[in-house]
Design a protein around this ligand. Sequence first.
Ligand SMILES: C[S@@+](CC[C@H](N)C(=O)[O-])C[C@H]1O[C@@H](n2cnc3c(N)ncnc32)[C@H](O)[C@@H]1O
Length: 245
Amino acid sequence: MIHNIVQAAKTHKNYQWAWQNYEHIVQQIIESQTGKNVMEIGGGRFPTFDQAYVEKQGLKYTSNDISERELSLAPHWVQRAHFDVQTADESAIEPFCNQYDVCFSKMVMEHVESYDRAYKNIFRILRPGGMSIAFHPVLYTLPFLVNLAIPDSLSSKLLASVFPNRTDDGIPKFEAYYSGCRISQSVRDNIQSHGFSAVWQVPFYGHNYYSKFPIIRNIHSTVNDMIQDANISVLASFCYTIVKK
Ligand SMILES: C[S@@+](CC[C@H](N)C(=O)[O-])C[C@H]1O[C@@H](n2cnc3c(N)ncnc32)[C@H](O)[C@@H]1O
């Protein structure tokens, strides 16, 4: 089942498909499991699924976050789990061990300081046979390299100047580390070394960060088509990283 989901996703390649279909892919993974205990990592105030889907599927749906404030703004019908997914403190993970059939995240792994510690903890949280999927950016894309290179205080100010609600009091900008946000055999091997039976990475090409700059946008589009046609996954812009315990 999971092999079919991965192979089907790999045929699409374009980042727009990845964004439009992520919820559906997570739903397919959830519905492929017999257990219904689901944790969204870094779900914060905006858990991905709505109450109607959760009730229809009979899920026990928990939103995790490192930020108490984000969790306090989550809807009332979601269970909350306040911890840092990459914590080195084993006792913080203990209450959640061997309980979850599916863990998933969307645009969280780039904010995690150590993907190695995060996957160690995800392995502990999952039940045997459980699955996890993360949708994350891939570092070797110019806007993400720039985001990593410039100090967070500067990038936060730039973001707030374009989007006035992106402040610490509104919707904050979360610091980005891009740990493990690469597509490579060594990342897959590191993840697998925690005990997972399988690890897949599905690359997606392109992004819309140049949409307001027509000349750069057109050059980027041409170069991106070449990268996508040649399947140079190291230069993809986004990725689904999927693991099975
Ligand atoms: C960019 S937001 C994405 C939120 C949501 N997944 C979405 O797509 O709208 C990143 C979220 O990850 C949370 N986060 C960052 N580092 C984390 C960590 N180490 N453990 C758990 N959550 C974390 C942040 O507090 C924030 O809520």
